[in-house]
Design a binder for this molecule. Structure first.
Ligand code: MN
Length: 235
């Protein structure tokens, strides 16, 4: 992985979370916003092999993710939303129509997803581990609960670890391209870890075996990024 690319993603993670952590800070945090750009992938298509195959990564990033981005940019043209961060847009997404909700979610969620994966596994930072143990009893308990959310979601969608507005971590799954930042979310919070469980995310390699894909996800999670998002969200 190129160092610069990693920094791009780390920076994105740092930008994405703090704003959302305190919704009021959007006003002062607006200067961090650099426009809706399609991000570089911080690693090669084959970097997550054998857990996520190169062909899936290439199609997922170049076709699916780019498609959401392009449609989102089309949908907001001339609306003024060009100048607003996604975290702000999501707070009123219920009023903005399906194209913004679906494509804006698709654009943003994949940014988070690519960012919270890495080819090399490093140990979970202590601060994150403590928070996870505090909220879920143990790291294994957390993984089991998150895995269940991913495996049991009916149809297409995402599994999430998020920091709730009450300061507690929670696990949820949401359909389609919805995420916990959206005003339509049953439980709202700042996303820390995202797992895409649409069939396009795993079907070439795993076919119908979503559970195997979800279990293998733990081999490629970038805990440093999750830890950074948590720290940023806590302000
Ligand atoms: Mn996807």
């Amino acid at each position: 992985m190129k160092r610069r690319d990693f920094l791009t993603f780390a920076g994105m993670a740092a930008i994405a979370a703090p704003v959302a952590g305190s919704l009021l800070s959007f006003k002062s945090g607006a200067e961090q916003f650099t426009g809706h750009t399609f991000p570089e992938l911080g690693y090669a298509f084959n970097a997550l092999e054998p857990y996520i195959d190169a062909k899936t990564m290439e199609l997922h990033y170049n076709k699916h993710h780019r498609g959401y981005y392009t449609k989102f940019v089309d949908a907001i043209k001339g609306t003024g939303l060009e100048n607003q961060p996604m975290e702000v847009i999501f707070t009123k997404v219920s009023q903005l129509g399906e194209a913004v909700r679906n494509n804006g979610g698709g654009y943003y969620n994949h940014n988070l997803f690519w960012g919270n994966m890495a080819p090399q596994q490093k140990p979970m930072p202590e601060t994150l581990k403590k928070e996870i143990e505090k909220n879920f009893g143990s790291v294994d308990g957390f993984k089991e609960k998150f895995g269940t959310a991913a495996k049991t979601l009916f149809g297409s969608g995402w599994a999430w670890l998020a920091l709730g507005n009450d300061g507690k971590l929670f696990i949820t799954s949401m359909p389609n391209q919805d995420n916990p930042l959206m005003d339509i979310a049953p439980q709202r919070g700042v996303p820390l870890l995202a797992l895409d469980v649409w069939e396009h995310a795993y079907y070439l390699k795993y076919q119908n075996r979503r559970a195997e894909y979800a279990d293998n996800f733990w081999n490629v999670v970038n805990w440093d990024v999750v830890d950074k998002r948590l720290k940023a969200a806590n302000g």
